[in-house]
Design a protein around this ligand. Structure first.
Ligand SMILES: [Zn+2]
Length: 193
């Protein structure tokens, strides 16, 4: 008998989890490079049979480095490539704002997670967010969701220290999330549960 997934949905950060993060932002499909094993991990993730939703800060839009239309085209191609590999991304939630705009959707704020929960009728305590930065864990924490962090983003080896600092500051009240090397390892961890 197949054990039902304990999760209602999986949230994924984009840059540093699915694709290689760029200091100068991903501004075209040519600059969108899947991380090793990430594309192959998507069908395995789909095996959980729950919605897979991307939650991403794209301040490059607000900064004027790339248009919202271009980012949407990049996402259409990303979803097509993932579908071709046998996986799926059901919806993409993005914050286009600059940090100084003080919006409610830029992570670590939980706005995008709350919106996704409303759209998909999710109990956030039964959702898991795979991210690469402490702000992803903080957004999950603020939304009442669980998190797994991966080292394939820019915070890499600094994650433990940054998480400890977030805990000391009170920004992380929940359980410290497990840290995996990359998306394939995080997906393997989800399958063990
Ligand atoms: Zn925003």
């Amino acid at each position: 008998m197949i054990k039902p997934s304990p999760w209602q949905a999986v949230f994924l950060d984009r840059d540093g989890v699915i694709n290689r993060e760029r200091e100068d932002y991903v501004k075209s499909w040519q600059e969108f490079v899947f991380l090793p094993g990430a594309l192959e991990a998507m069908p395995r993730l789909a095996g959980l049979e729950v919605p897979i939703l991307v939650i991403t800060n794209q301040s490059a839009i607000g900064r004027g480095y790339v248009s919202a239309a271009t980012v949407n085209r990049i996402h259409t191609r990303m979803q097509a490539a993932i579908a071709e590999a046998g996986g799926h991304v059901d919806q993409i939630y993005l914050c286009p704002h600059r940090p100084d705009e003080g919006c409610a959707c830029r992570k670590p704020a939980p706005g995008l997670l709350l919106q996704a929960a409303r759209d998909h009728g999710l109990d956030l305590t039964r959702c898991i967010f795979i991210g690469d930065s402490v702000t992803d864990a903080m957004a999950a924490n603020a939304a009442g969701a669980q998190a797994i962090l991966v080292r394939s983003g820019s915070q890499g080896d600094r994650l433990d220290a940054l998480l400890a600092a977030a805990r000391r500051s009170g920004a992380m009240s929940r359980q410290t999330p497990p840290i995996c090397d990359d998306l394939p390892a995080a997906v393997a961890l989800l399958h063990e549960e």
